[in-house]
Design a binder for this molecule. Structure first.
Ligand code: CTP
Length: 414
């Protein structure tokens, strides 16, 4: 049975990750409750504690609740060896700053980077959510309000502050939002709740696969992964929760996309199955049709016996498996067809053979398509086909993502 699950899974590849920056304010104690709520919901929490934050909560309690070591020092050899600060800044789906002090807001608004927290905020390419907490006069000060406007303009989201009595004895706006409210804002941000694909989960495969021959050699192909990555990014931009199962590529993960790295076709198939259920699956990967039937355990050497014979066996067809009728079948299954000849005929045959709903066919024999930045495709479905003009891969991706959104909205496959 293929049950619908919450996005906030504690176990598998879909687990959401939050990088939590804890600033220095009395409200820091409330962050411990936020961490508890997030962990209970299955969200991974990686904490960064500023020097000022450490005056209010201990690294021990924060790390124990987060079940992850607390990072504090930009120049920590140990920390950098384990995970560099740039990598750290991109290791999460969302960066949360709570409490966001006047100082942290000012630094972020002005691009200062003199400690681990501010450097992370400057280096991240992930969405940022801030929960401000400060004295009412500090909050209302023109400088803080300027910084707030700048940060909003930069795309930073805010939760709170609330009105209320403060630890300093004053009353007014500046109190950090309650942990439950921050928790709701975090989960909403993680759910990516805007756009026509909001609430939808889409699986995308991309890149080549690499099938080992021996410890140093692989059987692979020229796929760059560019079209699949662009599609994953375009779907996420429309609000979908996207799991990108990718073979080896040199590409950066598109914003808002959860990427699962694999090497072989069998690993790709297993990762795809783990990520179900999905509303749609888009198989763009150039999966190696064959793999060596056995991997030589040591590097093959040139010898007097001549070149070794490598016997190939067929790999599982991931697209056909996903399209097979059953409780786990995504509503819409889209395949790609890489052809070098008889494009139309081969694409139609593939649509029938694979059991998928659409085939996006491209002529990979044409110069500049495989590995290039442009694509020229024909989109086949049960009703017929559309010819799309040659365009950048990003444009083809946007058009396909819109077509997927429209199809899911009407429940139609054609
Ligand atoms: N595909 C797959 N698993 C495979 C082979 C292909 O999921 N083992 C998917 C690709 O991701 C693509 C579609 O099937 O969406 C068609 O891939 P393509 O290489 O064009 O076709 P093949 O099935 O390999 O058939 P042939 O090589 O005979 O053209």
């Amino acid at each position: 049975m293929c049950k619908k699950v919450s996005i906030l899974r504690a176990d598998g590849v879909n687990q959401k990750r939050v990088l939590l920056i804890v600033g220095g304010g009395v409200a820091a104690y409330k962050v411990l409750e936020l961490v508890r709520l997030l962990r209970k919901a299955g969200v991974a929490v990686r904490p960064i504690l500023t020097a000022a934050g450490a005056q209010f909560v201990t690294a021990l309690s924060l790390g124990a609740l987060a079940e992850d070591p607390v990072r504090s020092d930009l120049f920590s050899l140990e920390g950098e060896a384990e995970m560099g600060h740039i990598e750290l800044s991109r290791s999460a789906d969302l960066v949360v700053v709570a409490p966001a002090t006047a100082d942290l807001m000012a630094k972020a608004a002005n691009g200062l980077a003199d400690d681990l927290a501010s450097t992370t905020l400057l280096a991240t390419d992930k969405p940022v959510l801030m929960a401000p907490a400060m004295n009412v006069r500090m909050w209302l000060h023109a400088a803080t309000q300027r910084n707030l406007a700048t940060l909003r303009g930069d795309g930073v989201a805010f939760v709170g502050p609330d009105d209320g009595a403060m630890a300093c004895g004053e009353y007014g706006p500046g109190r950090m939002a309650e942990p439950e409210a921050i928790f709701r804002a975090v989960t909403a941000a993680l759910e990516n709740s805007e756009g026509p694909l909001a609430g939808r989960h889409v699986l995308v495969t991309a890149g080549p696969t690499a099938e080992p021959i021996d410890p140093v050699r692989v059987l692979t192909n020229r796929s760059s992964g560019k079209q699949g990555y662009a599609i994953a990014g375009a779907l996420a931009a429309l609000g979908a929760r996207v799991t990108l199962v990718s073979g080896p590529t040199a590409l950066a993960t598109p914003a808002g996309v959860v990427r699962v790295d694999v090497e072989t076709a069998r690993e790709m198939e297993a990762a795809c199955r783990r990520t179900l259920p999905a509303d749609a699956a888009v198989c763009v990967a150039a999966v190696s049709d064959w793999r060596p039937d056995a991997v030589f355990p040591v590097k093959l050497k040139k010898g007097h016996a001549g070149p070794p014979a490598v016997t190939l066996v067929e790999n599982p067809d991931i697209l056909a498996g996903l399209a097979a009728v059953g409780p786990c079948r995504p509503t819409l299954v889209v395949g790609f067809a890489a052809e070098t000849n008889d494009l139309e005929e081969n694409a139609r045959a593939k649509l029938a053979r694979k059991g998928c709903d659409w085939i996006v066919a491209n002529d990979v024999g044409e110069v500049g398509i495989m590995g290039g930045d442009e694509n020229e495709v024909l989109v086949f479905d049960a009703a017929g086909f559309e010819r799309w003009p040659r365009a950048g891969k990003a444009e083809v991706a946007r058009r396909l993502a819109s077509r997927i959104a429209a199809a899911l909205a009407t429940g139609a496959r054609a």
